[in-house]
Structure formats: C-alpha cells, structure tokens
Design a protein around this ligand. Structure first.
Ligand code: GAL
Length: 469
C-alpha cells in the first residue's frame, strides 16, 4: 500500500486553539477572546484559549513534534488580530510578524512545507463590533489583511487557505449563535455571513492572482467542511433527494460558486426561496450574487481543500410549519446508523471519506485535492496508548489509498487534525484531537506522543501503511 511518490503527510492547528498569549506583545482581542471571557457556560467549564498549548512561547516544542513525526506539511493559521490588532492595516504589530516569520523559517529550514490559513474563526473583535460577517464592510478588511499577509509572508509561503470552513462558521456563529458573537439569526444570519465569506475569499484570490502570483508562484484555496451522507432508505426517492440536498447545502453551497459558475446550487436557491415565500418574506432569505459578482467568484481556487470527520444517514423531513433554519430549509434530518461507533459527534465511518473524495472528483472536474483536516477526538482523560483510535486512522488511510489507486482521485496531501490536543471551541479541553497529548494543568504544557503519533510517523517514513500496527 505505497502512496504515490511525493504524497504530502501533514498535521494542522489553528491560532486560537493552540497559541495562547491572547494579549501578549500587542495582540488585539479576537471574538473568541471576548466570547470566552464573557463566561456564561457557552464553553465547557468556561474554559478559554488564553494559554491553550502555549504555542506563542513554545513554538520550539511544536517544531520538535513536527520533526518527530517527519511531517512534509504543517498547516497553521495566522491570528489576524495578532498581526493587525484592530483588524486594519492602520497599525501593524511587528511582534506578530516576527512570531510567524520564525515559524515559517523554522519549517522551511527543516524541509516542512507551510500551509497557511489566513483566518480560522478568530475575527478581530474590532471588526465584529462593526457587524462582523453580517456586514459587507468586512470583505474589504479581509482583502487588505490578505494582501498584507501575501506581501509579508508570500516570499516563503506558497500554499494558502483564505478561510477555514466558511459553512461551519456561518452556521455556528451567525445562524445558531453557538460561536461568537453568540447571537442567533435563524435562517438568515448564516446565509448573509456565507455570502460575504464567499465574496471575501474571491477578492483575496484575485488580489493574489493579480498582485502576487507572478512573482510568488503559490496557490490559494478555501477549506471546505463536509460530512458524507447516505439516504436512510436507499430505495426511497425522497431520501435520495434529501441526501443530494444535504451535500448541496453544506459543500456545493461554497464549492459550486467558487469552482464552477459563481452561483449557488439551483436546489439550494429554490428551496430557500420557496420556504421564504411560505414564511411571508418578500424575497428569498438567501441573498443573490449580481452577474458581476458571479464572474468575480467563479474559478477562484487553485486546488480543492476539504475536511472530513464523519457521516450521517439522512431522511426527507417536510418543513410543514415553515420553521426557520438552514436544515429546515434543506428539509433533511441527519442521524447516525445505529451500528456506527462514535466519540462525541464523530461517528467513525472510514469509507465516507472515499465517497466524499469521489464526489468531489466527479463534481469538480477531478481537481487537485488537499485534505486539510481529518481527525477523531478522544474524551479527556485520554490514554496515551490510543491503539483503538489508530485502528480507525489506519482504516481511513486504506480508504485514501483506494481513492487514489482505484478511483483515480487526484489527492496530493493529507493533514491530520490536530498536531496537538488543543482548545476545541465550545468543548474546551474536554475533547482531545491531538497526535500529541498536552497536559493543560502543567505550566510547561508538555507534549507527549500518543501511539497514533508513533504509527503516523511510520506511515510517513514508509509513504504507506507497510510496517504499521
Ligand atoms: C473543524 C475546525 C477545527 C477543529 C475540528 C475538530 O471544524 O476547523 O478548528 O476544531 O473541526 O472539531
């Protein structure tokens, strides 16, 4: 089971989840600083990312982990408000630049390719105060921030992700209100935010394309989350259609405009429009792109970056009462097969990744694909010997192998989520996704490899599954 020569084996982290140093050296607050400091039990035990893994001061320890694994790629995100404390280029924090320069230089010196995410959920609070992603003004701020990052780091960074999981962000932050700013806008806020996120991504891609690409020769994409779905009753037309809608609402919603034609999937547009009508709205709750915007959005990704964690069965559920919400618009119910084992929300369905990869290859013209996240948590306390979790990872790698060899999917890189146990958003430190265990009680935040880390290192060394547990 040898992978193609040059296959990329990576691991990922995100600034707020690992860095700590929330107000160190002139960093401005992000929405996650504000949200966690407000308390109110919205995050497990009111935990915060104030210190997290301490990566702001302990980067060298992270580098040791990266070298121990033998990673070819390391994906991390820049904290926007560490670089630009109020979100604008009006004031630039040199200490922030120095921190990321060191990471990038150390990675390159060790032969590790950086994949850099510009924005991973941690919007500068100053921009949230002006409406955040509900406001169109943020698009311009994001574009200027992106240009600043390309011009500061782009001489060395060649693989960029503009925005992490716009779908999860729009849904959790602006529709359901579970992520900061914490205010629900059921059935409206998510679409509005998603609309601005897509435009912001496209603007940043064009900035790269017109101002930096020629000299820097890098690639820019956006990281899209999607679960896999299967119709609960494979013989039911209604469930089959529901499964298609489930993918359309979460993945194609972003991928179709960006990769195909600048516009949302028809099934999404028609469902939101007819539900909005039923609810008495004067027009669809889903905003429309102008023709000019469609042209601007179409074709703004140089590779396909996807995340896979889990799968669900889906059933058609008529939204008879006209309830407000994105799942309600899609008229789908998601639930697991009773035989699937799970840790938290992650039902372990290794074959789902092969199906998702095949779907993307078929729908999006066989693009170069990077898996920029893939993982399974352990509940705290987690045993260092996580052989069981490794068994799942091994099955996942087998599925990737089949996707490449049998389905001819153009998969080039796989990044595990995550390098380290870290601050898992509303679940705080109770959910451990790391290849390395981190002791959050110990001020030194020691990193210790799980069995999975040692096995992953073997995979990387052998470029395949030979010799693994
Ligand atoms: C993703 C997210 C990561 C991480 C992971 C595990 O949605 O990008 O930050 O938290 O899920 O839940």
């Amino acid at each position: 089971m040898a992978f193609p020569a040059g296959f990329g084996w990576g691991a990922a982290t995100a600034a707020y989840q690992v860095e700590g140093g929330w107000n160190a050296d002139g960093k401005g607050p992000s929405v996650w600083d504000t949200f966690t400091h407000q308390g109110g039990e919205r995050v497990f035990k009111n935990q915060t990312g104030d210190v997290a893994c301490g990566s702001y001061t302990l980067w060298e320890e992270d580098l040791k982990c990266i070298k121990q694994l033998g990673l070819t790629h390391y994906r991390f995100s820049l904290s926007w408000s560490r670089l630009l404390p109020d979100g604008t280029t009006g004031f630039i924090n040199q200490k922030g630049i120095a921190y990321y320069n060191k990471i990038i230089d150390d990675l390159l010196a060790n032969g590790v390719i950086p994949i850099v995410t510009l924005y991973h959920f941690d919007l500068p609070q100053a921009l949230e105060d002006q409406g955040g992603w509900l406001s169109e003004a943020v698009i311009d701020s994001f574009n200027k921030y992106a240009q600043f990052c390309f011009s500061t780091f782009g001489d060395r960074v060649k693989q960029w992700i503009t925005i992490n999981e716009p779908g999860i962000l729009a849904l959790f932050a602006y529709d359901l209100g579970m992520f900061p700013p914490g205010v629900p806008h059921f059935g409206t806020g998510g679409y509005q935010a998603a609309h601005n996120l897509i435009k912001a991504h496209a603007r940043a891609w064009h900035s790269y394309d017109s101002l930096f690409r020629k000299e820097q020769k890098g690639m820019v994409s956006i990281a899209l989350f999607s679960g896999w779905v299967e119709p609960a009753d494979p013989n039911s037309m209604a469930d089959q259609e529901a499964a298609k809608r489930a993918i359309a609402f979460q993945l194609d919603f972003f991928a179709k405009p960006i990769f195909i034609d600048g516009d949302y999937p028809e099934v999404v547009k028609s469902h939101v429009a007819s539900m909005s009508k039923k609810q008495g709205y004067p027009s669809s709750r889903l905003p429309e792109f102008t023709e000019e915007e469609k042209k601007m959005i179409k074709g703004t990704a140089d590779f396909f970056a996807m995340h896979y964690y889990t799968a669900r069965l889906v059933k058609y559920r008529e939204n008879e009462k006209g309830e407000l919400g994105i799942c309600q618009d899609a008229e789908v119910d998601f639930f697991p097969d009773p035989s699937w084992k799970s840790v938290d929300w992650v039902y372990m369905v290794p074959w789902g990744i092969r199906k998702l990869l095949k779907y993307i290859a078929d729908m999006y013209n066989n693009p170069v694909i990077y898996i920029t996240e893939l993982g399974l948590p352990q509940k705290d306390p987690a045993p260092l010997d996580d052989t069981q979790r490794w068994e799942y990872f091994r099955q996942i790698f087998q599925e990737l192998f089949k996707a490449i060899q049998l389905d001819k999917v153009n998969l080039k890189v796989c990044c595990m989520w995550s390098l380290l146990d870290n601050f898992e958003w509303t679940q705080g430190y109770s959910s451990r996704f790391g290849l390395f265990h981190v002791d959050f009680e110990d001020p030194a935040r020691p990193r210790v490899p799980y069995t999975s880390a040692k096995e992953y290192a073997k995979i990387i060394r052998n470029n395949g599954l030979e010799g693994c547990l």
